[in-house]
Design a binder for this molecule. Structure first.
Ligand code: FAD
Ligand code: SF4
Ligand code: SF4
Length: 404
């Protein structure tokens, strides 16, 4: 009698995932944990408050007690945190996305025995942008996973391998939607200790979407090794020959690029990876530096592994973002594209007088949350109430949005 009900659920092989077109391919449904999908999927059940309480012992909503309902705080923007830093590796890792802080932590966590395995993403042997999630057991395997694969990645597909390996202490590296599902099934994984090292994430794409983005935006799509939307308001494409191509945000072909981002990412409000223990990005720091958000004690343990290898500075916040965000809402909505000479000029001006440090991070969060709010309102009106978290509503509420 019991054997039937205890048989593990079958992973989805049909390509038809429960969240349908909103699926971000996080990998959960490629495992028997598909049985938990309704409770775990970031697009079927929005549960930041509950999962923040479970992970950090407090939530963005619980720390607001007493604040007027419309007031927007740094916790709304950056999630629960104990401390933030600006940092870079004294000895950067060649070929990493930035200075390689993420890879260094992963390697040290194995070297010191803090964990026995690291979930991370290597690239397909034939296609550097196609993700290949792995359970790394050696520092060399973690190093081989350095640099972003800027496409949807099924990181959680290795959860069954974790279970079969019998390991008890695990580090997972991942982006927000993956970590939301991970936290929801965390207690079922049979681990003694789980560490989560997150990166911020926004505007992700399918592999086909990435091709369109590269072809629309770069002068040489086939030689791009990596790219990033930088704090100087330009996309930096690094090419195979080491050259760096800079394209101003304001010169992007908005009309052609509107449908390039995955629907999941146009509906996502977890830019800052709220449920990770430690987040390593760049957008709250000056150009060339990384931005570290320590959310809890486990995050501090991870940071301590590499602390002596880092140069650090306090975070700063300069300028004012609001006018630029408000203008951007209208320009994006009307799919306006500027001539390249004007885009370069605007980029240069805004870099000098525009938002910097944490204010740049707020600029980017505001711009993406307003766009995503409008996307959900227009395409999934029935999801608007439950899917958009309260902190995102407070952020979006600072701006005038189109009526329809
Ligand atoms: P590295 O040492 O090079 O390590 C990179 C790690 O990322 C590897 O361990 C790998 O396992 C993991 N990884 C690679 N691709 C993926 C993927 N598709 N899904 C999950 N994990 C992956 N930071 C910001 O501050 N602002 C942003 O707007 C922003 N957007 C991002 C968008 C995407 C799609 C991604 C993947 C990351 C983004 N980041 C953003 C994070 C940032 O680009 C760097 O990844 C981060 O600062 C770490 O740099 P590093 O040199 O320490 O990483
Ligand atoms: Fe399943 Fe993840 Fe897709 Fe949700 S996002 S349907 S949990 S694979
Ligand atoms: Fe996942 Fe959000 Fe990143 Fe898309 S933008 S891959 S939904 S974390």
């Amino acid at each position: 009698m019991g054997s039937r009900s205890s048989r593990p659920a079958r992973p989805i092989r049909s390509g038809h995932y429960p969240a349908k077109e909103l699926c971000s391919q996080c990998g959960l449904c490629d495992t028997h944990y598909v049985a938990q999908v309704k409770e775990a999927c970031a697009f079927l059940k929005q549960q930041f408050t509950e999962l923040e309480e479970q992970t950090h012992g407090r939530s963005r909503e619980s720390v607001r007690t007493g604040s007027p309902t419309s007031e927007v705080s740094d916790t709304d923007y950056f999630g629960i945190y104990e401390e933030m830093f600006t940092a870079r590796k004294r000895d950067p890792i060649e070929g990493a996305q930035w200075t390689g802080i993420v890879s260094s932590i992963g390697m040290k966590a194995l070297n010191t025995g803090l964990v026995e395995g690291v979930v991370c993403v290597q690239a397909d042997a034939q296609d550097r942008f196609k993700p290949q999630p792995i359970l790394a057991r050696t520092p060399e395997e973690v190093l081989a996973a350095r640099v972003n694969k800027p496409t949807l990645s099924p990181n959680l597909s290795v959860l069954e391998q974790v279970e079969q390996s019998g390991l008890k202490r695990l580090l997972v590296i991942g982006v927000g939607c993956q970590i939301q599902a991970l936290r929801a099934v965390e207690k079922r994984l049979g681990l003694e200790k789980l560490y989560v090292l997150g990166t911020p994430c926004v505007d992700n794409v399918s592999r086909a979407g990435l091709q369109k983005f590269l072809e629309t935006t770069s002068r040489s799509p086939d030689t791009v090794v990596h790219y990033e939307f930088m704090q100087d308001f330009r996309v930096h494409f690094k090419h195979e020959d080491g050259s760096v191509e800079k394209v101003p945000f304001f010169g992007l072909n908005t009309k052609q690029l509107k449908d390039v981002f995955a629907p999941s990412c146009l509906s996502c409000f977890d830019y800052v990876n709220a449920l990770a223990d430690l987040v390593v990005g760049y957008m709250g720091s000056p150009l060339g530096w990384q931005w570290l958000v320590v959310r809890n004690r486990r995050g501090r343990e991870l940071l301590e592994l590499v602390w002596e290898d880092l140069e650090t500075q306090p975070v700063v916040s300069k300028g004012s973002r609001q006018a630029a965000v408000q203008q951007g809402i209208q320009a994006y909505d009307q799919a306006m594209t500027l001539p390249m000479w004007l885009a370069h000029l605007m980029g240069a001006v805004i870099e000098r007088i525009g938002p910097q440090g944490l204010e740049y991070a707020r600029f980017s969060i505001d711009s993406h949350f307003t766009r995503n709010y409008l996307y959900v309102r227009r395409h999934y009106p029935e999801k608007l109430e439950h899917h958009v978290p309260a902190f995102a509503r407070r952020i979006v509420g600072q701006y005038r949005l189109p009526k329809t």
